[in-house]
Design a protein around this ligand. Structure first.
Ligand SMILES: *[C@@H]1O[C@H](CO)[C@@H](O)[C@H](O)[C@H]1NC(C)=O
Ligand SMILES: *[C@@H]1O[C@H](CO)[C@@H](O)[C@H](O)[C@H]1NC(C)=O
Ligand SMILES: *[C@@H]1O[C@H](CO)[C@@H](O)[C@H](O)[C@H]1NC(C)=O
Length: 507
């Protein structure tokens, strides 16, 4: 879109964003999960009013932001049902997501009127056997599925402009419309930032929650591998895929995390192994204002580079704030003897990923009740037959083709997986153990690969805006099962800094 047009649209949107919702007793803009529950119980809010508000926001903003691929045609009816249950005091759901509208990334399956396509035209019309494990948990918690969020199609497997998919088009950053919202969970981040849903879910293989959360000024939790079920999620690799919340506050993200963690027979090995990490009483107990006190935080060398001075100064201030709140911040740590070499080597993750992708996407497709495509080979053929819609001239499909040429997990893949294990043992794990760290911190999603290769968790929190108003974040990363302390640190940091402000739709 031409920049003059963008400017005009931006001016209108800024007015709309400031005015809407103010006439009601309940303040819809920036509403938190806790405010929503309070509104339900004091009678100023219904799920119907909430769904109407978000549908309205989607109707108004989506032509520009393209964060939502599909709206659930049953959303209002389900909201009315939730309201009726609340009035009668019936219904089985308890907890903080009851009656709350949730937007799901379009690679998370739902067995309802919504399609599940991972942004690809090839999967349009496919029918799943059941809700994804996380979607089923959300429904049991009483949450309302509002629709599906757009994403970068096939995530890492197409070198696409961040946020682009054949079905969703190009998602836009609501802060600076001409800037990238990052990917692959672009729509989830944009929708959360622009108040197009109460809360959203994204998925991460390497950076796909942490990056769009950073660039859209929302909180993203990338959980420990297996803490949340991957069953029914269009896969990239079971060695790294994980599902997590993307929300406007740490507290909201933690409420969502509580609802989606747990064992799932359909993803038994990973969820079984990680269930030991789930704390009795859930995660909200770690929303502690003094959560930074006594924490040991490492700042690895090499990541705070290539940022401009304003941004670096902001990060410096944040480290000072952490110290002031009682954390021990240890700077200039070497995560490995040679970080550049490490980061280059990590890309042997691609070797394992290609083979794992072929196996797991074929397994996903085989489990569908109906699908226009039945294998990775079919998807490649579909793309070749739809070169315009899939923009083959711009993007090609080299990664899909490379994945197709693999033949299971052989000696090469096993060696790559072993190498990744070593990188983790001698890199992040060694560093964290040696210095007895509770977390490392780094800008945006810069440590996503360190976390990805061994299923470690990370939480991104808004950290600032550059001179153009473009957001950046700070990531607290830890070892498997460190969610409780990461939540303590992230919440304490958020409450002390209160960086997030609603998007301004600048051109
Ligand atoms: C009801 O709760 C909302 C917070 O969700 C608050 O803004 C509002 O003032 C409350 N109204 C009454 C009448 O208690
Ligand atoms: C799902 O896709 C079909 C096309 O196959 C379309 O007709 C339908 O409207 C889509 N569902 C929703 C909820 O958008
Ligand atoms: C680190 O590794 C990279 C890539 O292998 C190499 O080019 C560079 O010279 C190494 N640096 C040091 C200080 O050893």
């Amino acid at each position: 879109m031409a920049s003059l047009q963008l400017q005009a649209v931006a001016a209108v949107l800024a007015l709309v964003a400031a005015g809407a919702g103010a006439a009601h007793g309940f303040e819809f803009h920036e509403a938190t999960v806790e405010a929503i529950q309070l509104g339900f119980s004091n009678g100023t809010l219904t799920s119907t009013a909430l769904v109407r508000f978000y549908l309205d926001q989607i109707g108004r903003l989506n032509p520009l932001l393209r964060a939502v691929i599909e709206v659930n045609p049953d959303a209002l009816r389900q909201a009315q049902h939730a309201d009726a249950e609340r009035r009668r005091g019936s219904g089985t759901a308890t907890g903080s997501l009851r009656g709350v509208p949730v937007l799901l990334k379009d690679n998370i399956a739902t067995r309802d009127a919504l399609n599940t396509t991972a942004g690809s035209l090839a999967l349009l019309g496919s029918v799943v056997k059941r809700d994804a494990g996380v979607a089923a948990r959300l429904r049991r918690a009483g949450a309302l599925v509002l629709g599906k969020a757009s994403l970068s199609e096939w995530a890492n497997f197409r070198p696409v402009e961040a946020g682009w998919s054949a079905r969703g088009g190009q998602a836009r950053n609501p802060y600076v419309l001409s800037s990238t919202p990052c990917g692959s969970s672009a729509g989830s981040g944009v929708a959360a930032a622009a108040n197009m849903a109460a809360v959203t879910l994204g998925t991460e293989t390497d950076g796909s929650i942490l990056c769009p959360s950073s660039f859209n000024s929302v909180v993203g939790i990338k959980p420990t591998l297996g803490l949340t079920s991957r069953a029914g999620v269009v896969p990239i690799t079971p060695l790294q895929d994980t599902v997590g919340p993307m929300c406007r506050t740490v507290s909201d993200a933690v409420h969502v995390l509580d609802a989606i963690v747990g064992y799932d027979t359909q993803d038994a090995a990973a969820t079984g192994a990680a269930s030991k990490y789930i704390p009795h009483g859930g995660y909200t107990q770690f929303l502690k204002k003094n959560g930074l006190k006594g924490k040991r935080i490492g700042v690895p060398n090499g990541f705070f580079q290539g940022y401009d001075q304003t941004q670096l100064n902001t990060y410096k201030q944040h480290l000072a704030t952490m110290r002031k709140l009682g954390a021990v911040v240890i700077e200039k740590l070497d995560v490995a003897a040679n970080l550049t070499a490490l980061l280059v080597e990590i890309y042997s993750e691609g070797i394992a990923m290609q083979a794992e992708f072929k196996l797991s996407i074929n397994a996903y497709l085989a489990d569908l009740v109906y699908s226009p495509v039945h294998s990775l080979a079919d998807i490649i053929a579909f793309n070749n037959n739809h070169p315009v819609e899939e923009r083959l001239k711009d993007f090609g499909q080299p990664d899909l083709i490379a994945a197709q040429s693999t033949n299971g997990i052989g000696p090469v893949e096993r060696a790559a997986i072993r190498r990744l294990k070593e990188l983790n043992t001698n890199g992040l794990e060694k560093l964290m153990m040696e210095h007895q760290l509770d977390a490392i911190v780094a800008p945006n999603s810069d440590i996503s690969s360190l976390l990805a290769i061994s299923g470690h968790p990370g939480i991104v929190v808004p950290a600032g805006y550059d001179e153009k108003g473009f957001p950046f974040g700070i990531c607290f990363g830890g070892l498997q099962g460190y969610e409780p302390r990461l939540i303590e640190m992230a919440y304490s940091f958020e409450q002390a800094t209160k960086v997030r402000r609603p998007p301004m739709f600048k051109p």
